[in-house]
Design a protein around this ligand. Structure first.
Ligand SMILES: *[C@@H]1O[C@H](CO)[C@@H](O)[C@H](O)[C@H]1NC(C)=O
Ligand SMILES: *[C@@H]1O[C@H](CO)[C@@H](O)[C@H](O)[C@H]1NC(C)=O
Ligand SMILES: *[C@@H]1O[C@H](CO)[C@@H](O)[C@H](O)[C@H]1NC(C)=O
Ligand SMILES: *[C@@H]1O[C@H](CO)[C@@H](O)[C@H](O)[C@H]1NC(C)=O
Ligand SMILES: *[C@@H]1O[C@H](CO)[C@@H](O)[C@H](O)[C@H]1NC(C)=O
Length: 374
C-alpha cells in the first residue's frame, strides 16, 4: 500500500503548477546527442517486442534545454513530458528555480532521502538495495545514485528519475499498461548513453549462481472459517469497502463474485487458495483481491477487472500493475471475532515494523471491521 501511496504522490507531482515560464540556455546534455540513431533503433525494438505503441522521453539537464524524443503514437499530447521535465529540473536544483526556493530544503530532504527499505536485497548485479522517502525511491544503478518513481494505470506506464550527483534526469512515458520492466530497461539505456556507461570493455561474465531454494514455510490455516473474515471494513483515509467470501449471498457479493468468476474463468491459472473479494472503484483499480497466505495473513492485490472486455472485444480480462508485490493484510481475531486488519506495503520495512509488536501498531494502515455480513 505504501507503493500505492507513492503512486498517489507521483500523480500529485505531475500536476505541480510551475511558477513561471522557464528561459533556458541552449546547453543540453551531450548537446542533444543522447538519443543516437542506434539507441533509437534499439528502443524501437524494445517497443515492438513489448507491443508498446508510443513512447515519449525527455533527458533533463540541471540547466539548459532538455532533449526530447518520441516513437510511434506519442503518449498524451506531448505537453506532459515537457511539463514533467521542468519538474525534474526543479528537483535536480534541490527545489530552487531562478533563485526562488519552490521546495523547502527540509521537504527536498525528507522526500528524496529514504526512511524505509523498499527492496532489501539487490534484484541483480546492476542495482543496489532500494530505499523509500516521501514519494521517491532511491537506489544505485551501476554505481550511480538514482532517485525515481514509476507507475502504471490503464493505458500507460511511466518512470521519472533524476541522478543528483550526475545532474541529469530521465522521463519515460509509454503507451501501454503493465510495462514497468521495458520502461525501466529503456530508462536505464538512456542513463547508460547520457553517462557513457558500458562504453568500456564488456563486464566479466559472472557464472550463474545456483538458485537458493529456501525451505517452504508450513502454511497455517485461518484461525476462523473464511466467511468470518467477510464483511465491511473502514479506515479514515482509505474509506470503506466490503469483502465477500464464496458463501456471501448479498446482491453486492453476488455481483462481485460474478465479476471475478468472469475474468478468472479465462485465466490459465486462477489462484487456488481461499480468497476474499471486494469492489474498490478508484482511478487505477476496480476491485480488491485478497489471497490467503498463511495464518490470518492474505496478499492484498488491487486490480482492475473488465468482466465484459473492452470496446468491441468482449473477452473478460484483468489488469494489475506487474512488479508491485501487493500488500499483506494481517487480520486480528479477538475473543473469537475478527476486529480488523493491518496493511503492510510490499517489501517496505519501516522502523515501526521492526520495533512495535501489535498488528495495529506495526501496520501502515489499520482497517476496523464495522459490519459482519458480506
Ligand atoms: C504482443 O502482441 C502479440 C499479438 O497480439 C501477442 O501475441 C504477444 O504475446 C504480445 N507480446 C507481449 C510481450 O505482450
Ligand atoms: C541568482 O542570484 C545570483 C547571486 O545573487 C545572481 O548572480 C543571479 O543573476 C541570480 N539569478 C537569477 C536567475 O535571478
Ligand atoms: C525533515 O524535516 C524536518 C522538519 O522540517 C527537518 O528538521 C529535517 O531536517 C528534515 N530532514 C531532511 C533530511 O531534510
Ligand atoms: C535491457 O534488456 C535486455 C534484455 O533483457 C538486456 O540485455 C539489457 O542489458 C537491458 N538493458 C539495460 C540498460 O538494462
Ligand atoms: C461488475 O462488473 C460490471 C461490468 O464491468 C460493473 O458495471 C459493475 O459495477 C461490477 N459490479 C461489482 C459489484 O463488482
Amino acid at each position: 500500500m505504501a507503493k500505492v501511496f507513492g503512486l498517489v504522490l507521483g500523480f500529485l507531482t505531475q500536476i505541480f503548477p510551475y511558477p513561471s515560464q522557464v528561459r533556458l540556455s541552449p546547453v543540453g546534455v551531450n548537446n542533444g546527442q543522447v538519443i543516437t540513431p542506434e539507441l533509437s533503433n534499439s528502443i524501437q525494438e524494445i517497443l515492438d517486442v513489448w507491443n508498446i505503441t508510443g513512447l515519449s522521453v525527455a533527458i533533463v539537464p540541471k540547466s539548459g534545454e532538455p532533449e526530447y524524443h518520441s516513437w510511434g503514437d506519442r503518449t498524451e499530447d506531448g505537453e506532459s513530458v515537457t511539463q514533467d521535465s521542468k519538474w525534474v529540473a526543479l528537483w535536480l536544483n534541490k527545489g530552487v528555480h531562478d533563485n526562488v526556493t519552490v521546495i523547502p530544503s527540509s521537504v527536498y530532504g525528507n522526500a528524496s532521502q529514504s526512511f524505509a527499505v523498499s527492496i532489501g536485497t539487490p534484484v541483480d548485479s546492476e542495482h543496489s538495495i532500494e530505499g523509500y522517502g516521501l514519494g521517491w525511491f532511491r537506489n544505485s544503478y551501476l554505481g550511480h545514485d538514482v532517485v525515481y518513481h514509476s507507475g502504471s494505470i490503464r493505458g500507460l506506464s511511466t518512470r521519472v528519475s533524476f541522478l543528483p550527483d550526475n545532474d541529469v534526469g530521465v522521463v519515460v512515458f509509454a503507451n501501454g499498461d503493465n510495462k514497468a520492466a521495458p520502461v525501466m530497461n529503456i530508462s536505464n539505456s538512456i542513463i547508460d548513453a547520457a553517462l557513457h556507461l558500458r562504453s568500456g570493455p564488456a563486464p566479466p561474465i559472472i557464472p550463474e549462481k545456483k538458485a537458493v531454494t529456501s525451505p517452504s514455510e508450513d502454511i497455517v490455516n485461518l484461525e476462523l472459517p473464511l466467511e468470518e473474515f467477510s464483511g465491511t471494513y473502514t479506515d479514515p483515509g482509505y474509506g470503506t469497502f466490503t469483502f465477500c467470501s464464496p458463501s456471501s449471498d448479498s446482491l453486492y457479493c453476488q455481483q462481485v463474485i460474478a465479476n471475478f468468476t468472469a475474468v478468472d474463468s479465462v485465466r490459465p491459472s486462477a489462484p487456488s487458495s481461499p480468497q476474499l473479494l471486494a469492489a474498490w472503484p478508484r482511478v487505477w483499480t476496480s476491485h480488491l483481491r485478497a489471497v490467503h497466505q498463511s495464518g490470518n495473513k492474505f496478499m492484498l492485490l488491487p486490480t482492475a477487472l473488465f468482466p465484459e472486455g473492452y470496446g468491441r472485444d468482449s473477452t473478460p480480462f484483468e489488469t494489475a500493475e506487474i512488479g508491485t508485490p501487493g500488500a499483506t493484510a494481517e487480520f486480528v481475531v479477538e475473543n473469537g471475532k475478527v476486529v480488523g486488519f493491518g496493511l503492510f506495503g510490499g517489501d517496505q520495512v519501516a522502523e515501526r515494523a521492526r520495533t512495535l509488536t501489535t498488528v495495529k501498531d506495526r501496520a501502515e494502515v489499520w482497517f476496523d471491521k464495522v459490519q459482519n455480513t458480506g
